[in-house]
Design a protein. Structure first.
Lengths: 376, 214, 543
C-alpha cells in the first residue's frame, strides 16, 4: 500500500524512517484534498442537473416560491466543524513530526555545511572536507549545521523529506538517519542566482566502516588564508591526523580568540570553551540559553546580544572577519571540548605550529561591501 | 476685504455638502491610517533590532543631542498649535489671522528642518553615515550602524513628510490670501492641518526612540 | 409591488439619455474622464495587456522547461523571465484586476451612487498604475532583474541587476492600489442610496470592501519593505545585510506580512464575483447571506496573522512554527464557509447553465483543491518536503489562476452585457471555458507531482527524470493560451456584432441590472430607491 501510493504520487524513495512517517500523513492529506474537491465539484454539478431550469427563458414563479431559502444551519455548522477538526488534526500530527524532524539526538554525528554561490561544502569532525558530495554512515543520526557565505540557500534532500535554509551570518541545523547505503540527490531549494538550478549535490550513504575509510581519503577543509597571516599553509600542512577541532584551534589562535577564551576551564576575560557546548548559559538579562551551534555562531557574529552573566560585553563582532568555514571549525572545536576533563599536564594551549606572536584581531568594523564577494 | 464669500461646490456624486465633507474627512483619516502603517513597518524593524542590539542602541541614542530632539519636538508641537488655530480662524472668517498662523506654522516647519539638517551635518563630521559608510571611532560596535541607518531612514522619511505638509499648508496660505477659502469652504484647510498633525504625531514617536531611550 | 420601485429605463423610452460609451467620443473625453465606468474600461485594457505580457512570459518559461538543459535561452535570461512573469502577474494583474475593472464599474452602481466618492483620485489611480507599470517594465526589460517577485534579501540587495528601479516601480503600483482601496471604502460608507442598509448590499460589495481594507492597511508595509530593498541595492544601506548587522529574515517577515494578505487581495474579489454569479444563475438567494458577507471580513482579519507559514524552513523557532501553522488552518475555514454556502445555494435552485456558471464550476474545483493543498503546505512536517518546490508553485497557481483568473473570466462574461450592451456567443463561451479549464488542469496538475518528486521551483535546468511531467505541463499551458485567445476573439466579435442585450439579460435581482445596458453617464436616470434586496428572487422581476 505504502509503495503503491508513493509511486502514484511520484514521491522519491523513503531514505529514512521519518520520511516514511511523514509520507503517511502526506497520503491522508493529499487523498482528502482530492476527495474534498471532487465531492464539492460533483455535488455542485449534480445540483446543476437536478435543479436545472425547466422553462428555457425565465424561471416560473412556482419554481422559486419559497421566500428566503435557508440552508440548514445545523448541516453547515457540522460540515465546517468537521473540516476544522480535520485541519487541526493534520496540524497536530504534522507539528509533532516537525518537532521530531527538527530535534537531532544528542549523539548525532555533526557535519558542518557551508553554502555559497553555487556550491555545497561539507566539513567532517575529522577535519576532512568534500565539495558537492556528502558522505554519511548508514543507520547513524547525522546532524548538519548549516551556514552560508553569501545569500540564502536551502539544503534539500527529497528522499529524506527534509529541507533547511542556510542563512548568512546565522547557523541553522537539520538532521536525518539514513537507513540504507545509497546515493540521494541534494538540491538548493532557495533561489540564489544564476546557477541556482545547478547547485546540486549528493548524499552518499556508506556502511560505517566504508565511511571511515572514505573520510581518510578526503582532503582537509580548505580554510582560506586570511590576508597577511599565512594561515593557509599552517592548516594544510597538518593534514595527517588533523581533526576539524584541531583546525579550529588554529583558527582560534590566528584570530586571537585565545587571548580571552581558554580551552581548559580556566576563567579569563571571556567564558571558557571547555564544557560549554550544550550547557545552559545564564545571561545578563536573567534568562538562560542552551549553548548550541546556533548560539555559538550568534555569539561570534553578535557577541553583545546574549552576554553571559558575569562577563563584560567587550567582545567585538567577528562578522566579516571569520569565514563561514572558520566558524564551522571553531564550533567543532567547542563541541569537542564538551566533555573536557581537567588534565593539568596536557592543557592544550595554542597548538604547535601556531604563530608565536598571536596577531591582534583586525578592526571589528565591518568591511565595506564589494558586490559579488561577501567574505574578505 | 474679500469681494465675495467663497462657497463650497457640491460635486454631483454627493447628495449634500455634509455628505461631501464627511467623505473627504473619512478619506483623509484612511489615508492617515495608511501613512501610520508605512511608518509602522519601520517601527517594527526598529523594535526588532533594538531587541537584538539593546546596548548598542542605548549608547548610540546617547550620542544624539537630547536638547536638539526636544527642541524640535517643541517646535513641531507649537507649529501644530498654530495650524489648528489657522483652521479655526478660517472657519470663523478671520482670514488675516489664518494667514498669520499658517505663516507661523511654515516658519516653525522650516526651523525644524534646519535643526534636523544641522544635526545631520554634525553626525557627518563624526563619521556617522548611514549603512555601509558608517565610520565612527567612538561607536564602533555592531548595532550602532543599524541604529543610525534606521535613524537616517526614519527621520529622513519624516523630513519628506514635513516638506509635503509644508507644501500643502503653503498652498492653503496662497488660496486663503486669494480669498478661495472661508467659513463656507474650509474642508481643504482642515484636512491639510490634519495632515500636519500626523507629521507632528509621528515625530512624537520618533523622538523617544532616537533621543530618550538611552 | 411597491410603487417606489424604479422601472428600468430604456433608450427607446428616453432617447435623450446617452449611454456612458457615447457620452463624448474624443480621445480626450476618455483620457481625462472621471466617470468610474470609463476608468474601469481603461483599467480593463491596461490589466489585459499586463495579463497578455505575463502570459507570454509564462509560455516562454514553459518552453524553456521542455528540456532538462538549455532549450531556447540561458540561465540568466530564464531567471529574468520568471521574475518578469511573477512581478507582472502579481502586481500588475492579479492584485489590481478585479477591483479596478469590475469593482470600479459596479461598486457605485450596486450602491445606487452616481460615481465613486473621489472621481479624480480614481483617475489618478489609473495614471499612477500606468506610471508604475512603465517604470517596472522599463527597468526589467532594459536593465533586467532576476531576484524573483519575492525580493528576498540578501540576494536582491546584491544581485547585479536593476533591482532598485523595479522595487520603485512596484512601490508606485502599490500607491495606485491604496488609492483605489481608499476610494472604495469611502464610497461604500458614504454614498449608499437611501434605504440601502449594509445587509442589503450585494455580496460583491462586501468582498470588495474587505479587499479594500487589506489594500489600505497592508500595502504600505510592502511599499516600505521594497523601498528599503531598493535603497539598500542602490546605496548599500545594509538594513537587511548580515555583514552590517542586519537580519535577512526580517525582510521576509515584513514581506509576508503584506504578501500573505495580498493573496486575499487577489482571492476576495474572485469570491465577490462568484457569489453574484451563483445567485443569479441558481435564481435563488444565497443560502446564507451573512455567512458569505462576514467570512470576507474574517479572511481579511485572520489573513494578517498567518504570514509565518512561508518561513517554516528558515530556522524559525518551533513555537512560532506551531502558532503560524494553526492560525493558517483557521483562515482556511472562512473560505470553506463560503464554499459550503455557494454549493448549498445551488440546491433547489432553478439553475441555468451559462458560461459564467461553467467558470464557477471550474473555480469551485480548482479553488477547493488549491485551498486544501494550501492547508497541506501549512502542515509543518509536510512543508519541509514541499517548501520551495513545484508543489507550492502548483498550489498558488491553483488559487491565483484557478481561483482568480477563472473568476475574472466569469465576471467578464457575466457583466459583459452590462458593460457593453451586447451579448457574446454562448456556444463559443462554453467551448472556451472548457478549453481554459482543461488547459489549466494539465498545466498545473503535473506540477503538483513534480513537487512531490522533489523538483525545486525556479530551476532552469533539472534532472532528466522530471522531463515528461514538464512536457505535459507545457502542453497544458499551450491549451490554456489557446482558450484565452479564443475568448479574446469571440468577445471582440461580440463587442461589435453581438446581439443587443436588454437591461437584465440574466434575470438577476441585483441593483446593477436596474439600469440600462450600457448604463448612462450617471448610472441611473432616476435615483433608484432600492426597497428590495439584491437577491429577492421570490418577487417577480421589475419590467
Amino acid at each position: 500500500m505504502n509503495e503503491l501510493l508513493r509511486r502514484l504520487l511520484f514521491l522519491p524513495p523513503q531514505g529514512t524512517s521519518l520520511a516514511r512517517e511523514v509520507d503517511y500523513l502526506h497520503y491522508s492529506v493529499v487523498l482528502s484534498t482530492m476527495a474534498g474537491s471532487a465531492v464539492v465539484a460533483a455535488t455542485a454539478m449534480w445540483f446543476a442537473v437536478r435543479y436545472r431550469r425547466r422553462s428555457p427563458t425565465t424561471a416560473g414563479e412556482s419554481e422559486v416560491a419559497e421566500a428566503a431559502p435557508r440552508l440548514s444551519y445545523g448541516f453547515e455548522l457540522a460540515a465546517i466543524l468537521g473540516l476544522l477538526a480535520l485541519f487541526v488534526g493534520w496540524w497536530v500530527v504534522g507539528f509533532r513530526q516537525f518537532v521530531k524532524l527538527e530535534t537531532p539526538p544528542l549523539d548525532a554525528l555533526t557535519i558542518q555545511v557551508v553554502a555559497k554561490q553555487w556550491m555545497w561544502t561539507f566539513a567532517y569532525p575529522s577535519g576532512a572536507a568534500s565539495n558537492a558530495v556528502l558522505y554519511v554512515p548508514a543507520s547513524r543520526a547525522v546532524k548538519l549545521v548549516l551556514t552560508s557565505r553569501d545569500v540564502i540557500h536551502s539544503f534539500y534532500v527529497p528522499a529524506f523529506r527534509i529541507k533547511q535554509d542556510a542563512v548568512p551570518g546565522q547557523s541553522t541545523s537539520i538532521w536525518f538517519e539514513a537507513e540504507q547505503p545509497g546515493t540521494y540527490p541534494v538540491y538548493c531549494a532557495e533561489y540564489c542566482g544564476t546557477d541556482h538550478s545547478t547547485m546540486r549535490a549528493q548524499v552518499v550513504v556508506l556502511p560505517s566502516e566504508d565511511f571511515a575509510r572514505r573520510l581518510e581519503r578526503l582532503p582537509p577543509l580548505d580554510i582560506p588564508a586570511a590576508d597577511g597571516f599565512g594561515s593557509g599553509p599552517l592548516v594544510r600542512s597538518r593534514s595527517d591526523g588533523t581533526s576539524l577541532a584541531r583546525l579550529g584551534e588554529g583558527v582560534a589562535a590566528r584570530h586571537g580568540c585565545l587571548r580571552c577564551h581558554t580551552l581548559d576551564g580556566t576563567p579569563h576575560v571571556g567564558p571558557t570553551w571547555a564544557r560549554l557546548y550544550q550547557s545552559d548559559v545564564a545571561l545578563e538579562d536573567g534568562t538562560s540559553v542552551r549553548a548550541d551551534e546556533s548560539y555559538l555562531t550568534e555569539s561570534m557574529m553578535d557577541p553583545r546580544v546574549k552576554v553571559r552573566r558575569g562577563f563584560a560585553a567587550v567582545m567585538p563582532t567577528y562578522q566579516g572577519v571569520l569565514d563561514a568555514a572558520e566558524v564551522g571549525a571553531l564550533v567543532e572545536l567547542i563541541r569537542s571540548l564538551r566533555d573536557f576533563r581537567e588534565a593539568p599536564s596536557t592543557t592544550p594551549l595554542a597548538p604547535a605550529g601556531a604563530p608565536s606572536v598571536i596577531p591582534l584581531p583586525r578592526s571589528p568594523l565591518p568591511q565595506l561591501r564589494s558586490p559579488g564577494d561577501s567574505s574578505p | 476685504m474679500r469681494r465675495s464669500e467663497p462657497q463650497a461646490v457640491l460635486q454631483e456624486q454627493f447628495g449634500s455638502l455634509e455628505q461631501q465633507q464627511h467623505a473627504a474627512r473619512f478619506g483623509m483619516w484612511l489615508f492617515l491610517t495608511s501613512e501610520v502603517l508605512l511608518f509602522g513597518a519601520l517601527f517594527a524593524l526598529y523594535t526588532a533590532y533594538r531587541l537584538e542590539y539593546a546596548e548598542a542602541f542605548r549608547s548610540a541614542a546617547r550620542h544624539n543631542a537630547v536638547w536638539l530632539g526636544t527642541a524640535n519636538t517643541l517646535v513641531l508641537i507649537t507649529s501644530s498649535l498654530f495650524a489648528a488655530w489657522a483652521a479655526h480662524a478660517v472657519k470663523s472668517g478671520r482670514a488675516i489671522m489664518a494667514e498669520l498662523c499658517l505663516l507661523g506654522t511654515l516658519a516653525l516647519g522650516g526651523l525644524f528642518l534646519f535643526l534636523k539638517l544641522t544635526e545631520y551635518a554634525d553626525h557627518f563630521r563624526h563619521g556617522i553615515y548611514p549603512g555601509a559608510y558608517f565610520r565612527s571611532p567612538e561607536l564602533g560596535e555592531r548595532g550602532a550602524g543599524t541604529f543610525f541607518t534606521l535613524y537616517y531612514f526614519m527621520t529622513g522619511l519624516h523630513g519628506l513628510h514635513v516638506v509635503g505638509g509644508m507644501s500643502a499648508l503653503a498652498i492653503m496660505l496662497l488660496q486663503i490670501s486669494r480669498g478661495r477659502y472661508g467659513p463656507g469652504r474650509s474642508t481643504a484647510v482642515e484636512l491639510s492641518v490634519l495632515y500636519w498633525h500626523l507629521v507632528d504625531v509621528i515625530w512624537i514617536f520618533l523622538w523617544p526612540l532616537f533621543y530618550l531611550l538611552t | 409591488m411597491t410603487t417606489s420601485s424604479v422601472q428600468p429605463p430604456s433608450h427607446a423610452a428616453n432617447p435623450a439619455i446617452r449611454d456612458y460609451l457615447h457620452e463624448g467620443t474624443s480621445i480626450r473625453s476618455w483620457l481625462l474622464t472621471r466617470d468610474h465606468k470609463r476608468i474601469s474600461l481603461m483599467f480593463l485594457v491596461a490589466t489585459s495587456l499586463s495579463l497578455l505580457l505575463g502570459g507570454i512570459f509564462a509560455l516562454l518559461v514553459r518552453v524553456e522547461l521542455l528540456t532538462p538543459e538549455r532549450t531556447i535561452m540561458d540561465a540568466v535570461t530564464y531567471n529574468r523571465l520568471f521574475t518578469l512573469h511573477g512581478i507582472v502577474m502579481v502586481f500588475m494583474f492579479m492584485i489590481p484586476a478585479i477591483p479596478t475593472v469590475f469593482g470600479n464599474f459596479l461598486l457605485p452602481i450596486m450602491i445606487g451612487a452616481k460615481d465613486v466618492a473621489f472621481p479624480r483620485l480614481n483617475l489618478a489611480s489609473f495614471y499612477v498604475y500606468a506610471l508604475g507599470a512603465a517604470i517596472t517594465l522599463t527597468a526589467m526589460i532594459a536593465g533586467g532583474a532576476d531576484m524573483g517577485w519575492t525580493f528576498y534579501t540578501p540576494y536582491s540587495t546584491t544581485s547585479p541587476s536593476a533591482v532598485a528601479p523595479v522595487g520603485l516601480g512596484v512601490f508606485v503600483l502599490g500607491l495606485s492600489s491604496i488609492m483605489t482601496g481608499l476610494n472604495f471604502i469611502v464610497t461604500t460608507h458614504t454614498l449608499r442610496a437611501r434605504n440601502l442598509t449594509w445587509h442589503k448590499l450585494p455580496l460583491f460589495v462586501w468582498s470588495i470592501y474587505a479587499t479594500s481594507i487589506i489594500q489600505v492597511l497592508a500595502t504600505p508595509v510592502l511599499g516600505m519593505s521594497l523601498l528599503l530593498v531598493a535603497v539598500d541595492h542602490a546605496w548599500g544601506l545594509g538594513i537587511f545585510d548580515p555583514r552590517l548587522g542586519g537580519d535577512p529574515l526580517l525582510f521576509q517577515h515584513l514581506f509576508w506580512f503584506y504578501s500573505h494578505p495580498a493573496v486575499y487581495i487577489m482571492v476576495l474579489p474572485a469570491m465577490a464575483v462568484i457569489s453574484e454569479v451563483v445567485c443569479t444563475f441558481a435564481h435563488r438567494a444565497p443560502a446564507s447571506y451573512r455567512a458569505i458577507a462576514y467570512s470576507s471580513l474574517g479572511i481579511a482579519f485572520v489573513g494578517f496573522l498567518t504570514w509565518g507559514h512561508h518561513m517554516f524552513v528558515s530556522g524559525m523557532s518551533l513555537l512560532d512554527t506551531g502558532i503560524f501553522g494553526v492560525l493558517s488552518m483557521f483562515v482556511a475555514i472562512f473560505s470553506a464557509i463560503k464554499v459550503v454556502t455557494w454549493v448549498a445555494t445551488l440546491r433547489r435552485g432553478s439553475i441555468r447553465l451559462t458560461t459564467p456558471l461553467i467558470y464557477f464550476f471550474a473555480f469551485l474545483f480548482l479553488f477547493v483543491f488549491g485551498g486544501m493543498t494550501g492547508v497541506a503546505v501549512a502542515t509543518s512536517s509536510l512543508d519541509l518536503h514541499w517548501h520551495d518546490t513545484y508543489f507550492v508553485v502548483a498550489h498558488f497557481h491553483f488559487i491565483m489562476v484557478g481561483g482568480t483568473l477563472t473568476a475574472y473570466l466569469a465576471a467578464l462574461h457575466y457583466w459583459f452585457p452590462k458593460m457593453f450592451g451586447r451579448m457574446y456567443s454562448e456556444r463559443w463561451g462554453t467551448v472556451a471555458s472548457i478549453t481554459v479549464f482543461t488547459g489549466f488542469f494539465f498545466t498545473f496538475m503535473p506540477q503538483f507531482l513534480l513537487g512531490n518528486a522533489g523538483m525545486p521551483r525556479r530551476y532552469y535546468s533539472y534532472p532528466p527524470e522530471y522531463q515528461w511531467l514538464n512536457v505535459l505541463s507545457t502542453a497544458g499551458a499551450s491549451v490554456l493560451a489557446a482558450g484565452m485567445l479564443l475568448t479574446v476573439g469571440y468577445l471582440a466579435v461580440a463587442l461589435f456584432r453581438g446581439e443587443r442585450a436588454g437591461a437584465n439579460p440574466w434575470d438577476s435581482r441585483s441593483y446593477e441590472w436596474l439600469t440600462t445596458s450600457p448604463p448612462p453617464q450617471h448610472n441611473f436616470e432616476e435615483q433608484p430607491s432600492m426597497d428590495r434586496g439584491p437577491y429577492d428572487f421570490h418577487l417577480p422581476r421589475l419590467v
